[in-house]
Design a protein around this ligand. Sequence first.
Ligand code: MGD
Ligand code: MGD
Ligand code: SF4
Ligand code: MO
Length: 766
Amino acid sequence: MQNGTHYRTCHLCEAMCGVAVEVKAGKIASIRGDEKDPLSRGHICPKAVALQDLHEDPERLRKPVRKTSAGWEEIEWDDAFTIVAEKLHSTRTTHGRNSIGVYLGNPNVHNHGSLIATMPFLRAVGSQNRFSATSNDQLPHMLASLEIFGHQVLFPIPDIDNTDLFICIGGNPMASNGSLMTVPDFRGRLKALKQRGGKMIVVDPRRSETAKLAEEFHFIRPGTDAFLLMAMVNTLFADDLIRPGAAEHLVKDLDLLRLASLPFTPDAVAECTGIAAASIRGLARQLANTPKAALYTRMGTSTQTFGSITTWLAYCLNILTGKLDTVGGVMFTQPAIDLIALGAMSGQRGHFGKRHSRVKGLPEFAGEYPASTMADEMLTPGEGQIRAFVTVAGNPVLSSPNGRRLDEALTGLDFMVSVDYYINETTRHADIILPPTAALERSHYDIIFNMLAVRNVSKYSEALFDAGPGSRHDWQILLELAHRLEKLRKGGKLPIRSELGWQAFKRLGPDPIIDLLLRTGPYGTDAGRARGLLEPATSLFLDLLPKPHPLRDLAKLSSLNPQWRELPKGLSLKRLKDNPSGVDLGALRPTLPNRLFTRDGKINLAPRRYLKDVERLNQKLFTSLSPGQLLLIGRRHVRSNNSWMHNSHRLVKGKVRCTVLMHPDDAKRLNLNEGSSAEIRADERYVVLPVEVTEDMMPGVVSIPHGWGHNRDGTVQSTAAAHAGASINDVLCDQITDPVAGTSVLNGQPVTVKVWQSKQQPLPAA
Ligand SMILES: Nc1nc2c(c(=O)[nH]1)N[C@H]1C(S)=C(S)[C@@H](COP(=O)(O)OP(=O)(O)OC[C@H]3O[C@@H](n4cnc5c(=O)[nH]c(N)nc54)[C@H](O)[C@@H]3O)O[C@H]1N2
Ligand SMILES: Nc1nc2c(c(=O)[nH]1)N[C@H]1C(S)=C(S)[C@@H](COP(=O)(O)OP(=O)(O)OC[C@H]3O[C@@H](n4cnc5c(=O)[nH]c(N)nc54)[C@H](O)[C@@H]3O)O[C@H]1N2
Ligand code: SF4
Ligand SMILES: [Mo]
């Protein structure tokens, strides 16, 4: 690669920080924040250096490997593709199409090539047994967006740069750098908020890094946020504070919401939440009486037993108090690649509960079943049992509840293939691993996170290093497999038009699609004029996408979307290449009523599936915890990223971070001290971890980070193994889900904690 400074976007978390990578003698000399990036303005976090560590990691796979009795053996790409395609094809021919399971992990969402290639890949596989990290994560937000606004990815984003009050419930942006809120430099933006006289309130069972910067903080008992938010709704009605503002004429079923909230007075919920009634009223009144305010909820509230109701109510609170679509409140973005509008135009707004999983009858969402039921589908015999499994950029053994059970289920498969560059806790079970290029070796465009950003921006980064002819990008791997699977399904030969389409798709890759989407998108040089723009090759490969599909229908879009008319124009891939630090498209702006996709054009405040679940909430109000019971929650650290960055020495060095946090009163009662080993158990599932005693924990609550547990046999990540920790998901139960959406319950499960008797009990098996 050319020496000099290269500008790109860090793809590791959702924050989209601009980085300036200095290359000297073909090697990375430094990675700094890019001051000229219009969103991150020079900010980076300590993880940015891991871009280099990952790039240079000798344990990162560069060639496909096959498992043999003598260990892993490198094989040629063509042989690997042949084996995988034939194995998957023979599995579906013998056992039916649903006998193949597919799991898509988090890094796919940070990879435009994967995003574009997974659709044809999934279509070629043809199985309904699809899973992803979504059901361990933001599924309740997607459901709420679908139910309330009519589109599964239309998220209200806090306008943090203009707000005067930020209420953060169950999120820790100081560690995570924001989620469903792409917000690089949260600290700097918070400082600016305070300088304009604003305030932050945090509600969390742990005094988190974010909570420490808040003017007001409340401990909340895990899993009880729905009670708090119901009581806030109750207060708004009781105090006559309902003022939907911009949404006034759009809301419907206000009265149903009022009725649902009636039993949940602040006094009724104070004991169960652990928050005093006066504080709850105060929260509701501050939200209502601060014109520019935003209430935000995230992981801690979505992955819990009332995750769906909680997320619904958070949306409602913003709407009821006039915060939706107002500057300084919560707003919809207008990204340069507007998948929301494109999806809506082709009737693709999302769907839920169209079918149910075979074993547990859990609902699909956007074609996926909950990840917590993957092991059930592998272990339970019968038609449709998963016998072959594909993982793409995922590590569900560490990321899904009851990881040990999944670990075991994977050993019973007939065949497994992983598209991944590490041999880790999940991919060690694969028969073949297909390693893609690393991030710096491919181009980058954030299709997803631009939809979630606190400012509208657009940026494209070219590949910094050429990985050479012996390498494949994720999109190349997925398209090659898809093409071969389609051919096998059709008896070895495809119709000529289709064959040409595959050839074109494989030759061009995702970047021409990005160019097309940019040019025809809201800010494009050719906004709204897709017809006539498509080169023959492009239209051929668009034909390969499933029907209906937002990109497929691009060719039919000939008129400008009305909501795009007033936006500045001129974007194209070329323009972005000429501006490697990115192009600023301005602050978030009001978009209602154009950006509503419900059938009746209304904002649905009381969808039936939530109202039904309120009954469960009612019952729970009167069940108390047994004394001494501890509730387990997760946490993130700024130097760690889910399960896959612990092989970077620079990120794991220093203080041990995989510990169990507990309050001094709990530690004392349980005879545990700082540094002593505790066993954390639920039924037969347990882990052993060092104790950290801290008043930052709410009494009765313990916290363990996720993504650790690298002591399993057969992985090839030596730095991670030397800092193994233990996996919280080895304790969490996979039989409990939020019954509305099917999301995993990763926060608030009961556990027992005691001194670990090393002599009496072995450590969990590796
Ligand atoms: N450094 C780093 N950054 C990351 C990641 C990472 O692993 N490391 N992961 C990325 C990903 S994939 C995501 S989805 C985002 C997630 O981003 P966030 O949603 O900000 O996630 P967390 O940092 O886990 O914060 C969750 C908070 O919820 C609290 N909590 C737990 N249970 C409850 C509860 O019942 N009620 C309430 N009110 N709070 C509760 C926890 O104590 C914690 O402070 O982060 C992204 N960014
Ligand atoms: N208890 C508990 N569990 C959790 C969470 C929690 O807060 N608590 N958080 C949940 C959340 S929010 C998420 S998003 C999930 C994440 O869980 P997953 O998505 O299952 O897994 P990751 O840990 O992100 O692992 C990513 C995998 O992708 C590989 N990889 C990285 N980059 C690429 C690439 O460019 N291409 C390919 N092909 N592979 C790549 C890595 O080597 C690694 O194997 O975890 C969830 N699990
Ligand atoms: S916050 Fe850190 S990991 Fe996330 S995008 Fe920025 S530099 Fe990368
Ligand atoms: Mo996530």
